[in-house]
Design a protein around this ligand. Structure first.
Ligand code: DAH
Length: 346
């Protein structure tokens, strides 16, 4: 009875002569088939001592695996040749594999960053798991202030920090404002903070996790004209030159005065009419973008910045929301549903 090494070299020899799929099939049967040489080797197990059996079995297994692999590889090669009616034609185009695409939220984050970085803003990303202090107190919302309720915050079951309070999933990127003031120390500050935020809502215009982008600009002599100019720049760069921005008075604890920003409806272009019918997306020709205003002196103080010497503005907008407005998407849940047919369009 031939030993393992003999079988291996016999096989290697015969493999060289397996010049087509039929010959290869015969070779496979004679080695790996039921009455093949590998099974014959296994039948020899009986004649081995119990000590020998383990390593003998292992060697046969390894041999079997190596023969199987060599046969499979040759089979693939021979079938390709067969499909192509002869030798491999290297001039044929290769196989095209499906390509992935960048997620639409990632694309928007890149676009937004580029627009602001070009005019000197620094891209940051502050924690999504945050302390109460940065999400509320530092933003002029002391403990038990009613304004906190608007944010429907989720708290984390973690030890309470003696200075900074409970941990939470930050409901807005404004929590990066005072962190950025501390990081920079002395103005000028020009921050564009893009990060994940959380609020427990799930409908056509809300997902419990969403992205916001927060702008902050602090320096000597900063006023509302700088805010309006920077906003208009963003609106035209992101939505297109035919889109206008406007400020509408509002209230936020962390800005004074505060505004909401609207932009021309991207669907009816502000006319409130689409092909003679009423625009379905807006009522007044405007769409709401988000909140903004002049940074409240108490926020500058929390950031260790002298409000008598410096002033600033801030804004916070939703990334998913600006994408919706730009492309006229009517259900934000599509972004995260993982349906490739939706995502592939971007
Ligand atoms: N943080 C606010 C929100 O999520 C939005 C906002 C309003 C941010 C005014 C600002 C601001 O920076 O100045 O609802």
């Amino acid at each position: 009875m031939a030993g393992i090494d003999d079988i291996r070299s016999q096989f290697n020899n015969e493999l060289k002569h397996a010049s087509d799929l039929d010959k290869l099939q015969l070779l496979e049967t004679s080695y790996l088939g039921r009455n093949g040489k590998i099974n014959a080797l296994l039948a020899e197990m009986k004649s081995k001592t119990p000590e020998e059996r383990k390593s003998y079995g292992q060697e046969i297994n390894e041999l079997k695996q190596s023969l199987t692999l060599q046969i499979t590889q040759l089979k693939t090669l021979l079938s390709t040749r067969k499909d192509q009616g002869g030798d491999v034609d290297v001039t044929l185009p290769g196989t095209v594999y499906p390509k992935g695409s960048i997620h639409l939220v990632s694309i928007a984050i890149e676009e937004i960053s580029r627009i602001y970085e070009k005019i000197g803003f620094i891209r940051t990303s502050y924690p999504e798991v945050e302390y109460e202090f940065f999400s509320f107190e530092s933003l002029n919302m002391p403990k038990s202030h009613a304004a906190r309720d608007d944010f429907e915050t989720s708290f984390i079951d973690a030890p309470v920090h003696s200075k900074w309070g409970k941990m939470l999933l930050t409901p807005h990127t404004s929590s990066g404002q005072v962190r950025e003031m501390w990081r920079v120390g002395k103005p000028p500050i020009r921050m564009i903070n893009i990060a994940k935020t959380y609020r427990p809502n799930w409908d056509a215009t809300h997902t419990p996790m969403f992205f916001q982008f927060e702008g902050l600009c602090v320096d000597e002599g900063i006023n509302i004209t700088h805010l309006k100019g920077t906003l208009d720049h963003f609106v035209k760069e992101y939505f297109g030159s035919d889109i206008e921005g406007r400020l509408r008075p509002h209230h936020f604890q962390f800005t004074e005065p505060s505004f909401e920003v609207d932009v021309t409806c991207t669907v009816c272009k502000g006319t409130t009419k689409v092909e003679g019918a009423k625009c379905k997306v807006c009522k007044s020709g405007w769409l709401e973008l988000g909140g903004t205003g002049m940074v409240h002196p108490n926020v500058l103080k929390a950031g260790k910045i002298d409000p008598k010497k410096y002033s600033g503005w801030a804004f916070g907008f939703g990334v998913e929301r600006v994408i919706m407005m730009k492309y006229g998407i009517d259900d934000i849940r599509n972004y995260y549903a993982g349906d490739i047919r939706f995502l592939e369009q971007f």
